[in-house]
Design a protein around this ligand. Structure first.
Ligand SMILES: *Cc1c(COP(=O)(O)O)cnc(C)c1O
Length: 419
């Protein structure tokens, strides 16, 4: 059974200060999990988690993760600015972008971020802009299918990211010629994997590739970046990943492949977003309408603009009706938002307890790729973000948008001249 990290009483107290809907984050959960990740990879001297900023681009969250020793994985100009603003700087920033605009590379270089190139042609592009830095990373795409125990996890051959295997060798040689001295390798082969084997299997591929690249080019490979993709159990029946087992699996591959090749000093980096944050955030919303037509509907004050994943991917997000945690789920509902878009449904045919107007609904696991994917369709405004602190108090870490924010990018004065 999935349990929210707040009680009905706590939610009611919060709602007195912060009107629904809002995203709520659990500081205690975030810190405990970040410490576990660190412990799981403590066997590796250079280990560092570069939190994927796109998952939760909120300064207070980045600050907590920074305090827990994390860096930041950025892929855009504003994500770089955000990291810099919370004091994550220099090589604590991994710049893993693609289709990168000139100004983004220029800023990444100025901040001293580690640049992780997505493509062979980016070598010339980067050189013309800012020159080739001494430390650089290349993103690898092995193509084909990515399988674990005959299960197809994803199809790298269909993904837009990364260098081919041949381009990795050519790229390393070209970069060395242009002055690069230290190298990293990165790959992201499957998303939201709920399987302890993902990182170890990916590690085997990357470690083997690193050994080959070192033999072929003589490059000094200093780090291997396993990127993101470690998932969380969105549905109640899924078994959560065991990060200790994952760390141990990567260690085994490291001992088997890198150590015998004399590469035992290579640092392991990760760029997790979802695993670091998803379970430690939820969307708190109120039932404001019910509708009885061909189906039974519950309408919330939140909509897909606050949480896009169900509309975009058909993702499951668990829902708890606060105060009815133990009630029998005897009613079948579509739980919807108010966008003029029929895919604005948080749940379809979901069995839930009887929902009454005014009930508080917690939509689970929205801490990553939740608020951040929000948008303004139908003029809907982005919600606030609230931090539930370790001591039980709360802090507004992002205020809700107002109509002024929505209208801030144009000038009304021409339309409505002062009379
Ligand atoms: C999105 C992304 C991540 C984080 O992915 P999660 O699935 O949230 O772990 C890491 N690295 C890169 C380059 C990404 O694009």
């Amino acid at each position: 059974m999935k349990k929210p990290f707040i009680t009905k009483q706590q939610a009611e107290d919060l709602i007195k200060q912060y009107p629904t809907p809002f995203h709520l984050y659990d500081e205690k959960g975030i810190r405990e999990n970040a410490r576990k990740v660190k412990k799981a990879f403590a066997w590796n001297k250079g280990f560092k988690e570069y939190f994927a900023v796109k998952a939760t681009p909120t300064p207070a969250i980045l600050q907590i993760l920074k305090e827990e020793g994390c860096g930041a994985d950025c892929s855009s100009y504003t994500e770089l600015l955000l990291s810099e603003a919370v004091g994550i700087t220099g090589s604590e920033i991994m710049f893993s972008s693609n289709v990168t605009p000139e100004e983004d590379f220029i800023l990444a270089n100025k901040l001293g971020a580690i640049i992780n190139l997505d493509d062979f042609t980016h070598i010339d592009f980067l050189e013309k802009l800012v020159g080739i830095p001494e430390t650089i990373s290349c993103r690898f795409n092995p193509g084909g299918l990515f399988q674990i125990n005959n299960d197809i996890m994803d199809t790298p051959g269909e993904s837009k990211y990364g260098f081919t295997r041949e381009q990795m060798t050519k790229g390393f040689l070209k970069l060395m010629e242009k002055g690069a001295k230290h190298f990293g390798i990165h790959a992201f082969l499957a998303s939201n994997t709920v399987a302890n084997e993902y990182y170890p299997e990916l590690a085997k591929i990357l470690f083997q590739t690193a050994v080959e690249l070192k033999e072929e080019t003589g490059a000094d490979i200093q780090f291997i970046n396993l990127s993101g993709g470690v998932g969380v159990p969105y549905t109640p029946d899924q078994e959560p990943n065991d990060i200790m087992a994952i760390g141990e699996g990567v260690r085994k591959a490291f001992e088997e492949i890198l150590v015998p090749a004399g590469m035992g000093n290579v640092a392991i980096f990760t760029e997790m977003g979802r695993f670091m944050l998803a379970p430690y955030g939820c969307l708190v919303s109120k039932a404001i309408h019910e509708k009885h037509t061909y189906k039974e509907y519950i309408g919330l004050d939140a909509c897909a603009a606050n949480l896009m994943r169900p509309a975009m991917y058909g993702s499951y997000h668990h829902i708890t009706v606060l105060g009815k945690e133990t009630a029998e789920c005897r009613y079948k509902y579509d739980v919807t938002g108010g966008l003029c878009e029929n895919n604005d449904k948080f749940a379809i045919d979901r069995m839930l307890p009887k929902i009454d107007i005014g009930d508080i609904l917690v939509i689970h696991d929205t801490g990553a790729h939740g608020f951040s994917m929000g948008y303004n369709y139908n003029g809907k405004l982005r919600s606030a973000e609230v931090l539930l602190k370790e001591d039980g108090t709360s802090q507004l870490i992002r205020r809700a948008e107002t109509p002024q924010d929505y209208f801030a990018t144009f000038d009304f004065t021409n339309l409505f001249p002062k009379s």
